[in-house]
Design a protein around this ligand. Structure first.
Ligand code: HEC
Length: 97
């Protein structure tokens, strides 16, 4: 009985740790990823012109449309990329450098 309980606790820790790592990495590293995958067909000027203009919903729609066209974003990163773009000030961020 005791051993089983300990095992569950340990498994819980491992799962929480993996999620914590994924969260930190995903949020801070998406800038270069967005810049790379979004500058394949057009310059990032197209994106920079829309910073501070598009809402989060609008960015989600745009990013999803670009992924349909062939933009290579890691699976499940559409929301993260859209959130990142929504949070940037006009002309700001790695994307516009
Ligand atoms: C496979 C080629 C391709 C890739 C990769 C790509 N785009 Fe585009 N993008 C296009 C084309 C073609 C247009 C013009 C036609 C249109 O708007 O659908 C466009 C237009 C745009 C526009 C202007 C139109 C609008 O809706 O505001 C923005 C902003 C944009 N792209 C953002 C992005 C972002 C962000 C990424 C990365 C997730 C990206 N693009 C990756 C092909 C691409």
């Amino acid at each position: 009985m005791m051993v089983r309980k300990v095992r569950y606790v340990l498994a819980g820790c491992v799962v929480a740790g993996v999620f914590a790592l994924a969260g930190v990495g995903g949020a801070s590293d998406i800038g270069p990823t967005v810049k790379q995958s979004c500058s394949r067909c057009h310059t990032t000027k197209r994106i920079c012109l829309n910073l501070g203009v598009k809402s989060d919903t609008a960015w989600k729609a745009t990013v999803a449309r670009m992924v349909e066209k062939g933009a290579q974003l890691p699976a499940g990163q559409i929301d993260a990329a859209a959130g990142y773009l929504t949070g940037l000030a006009p002309g700001g961020g790695t994307v516009c450098e």
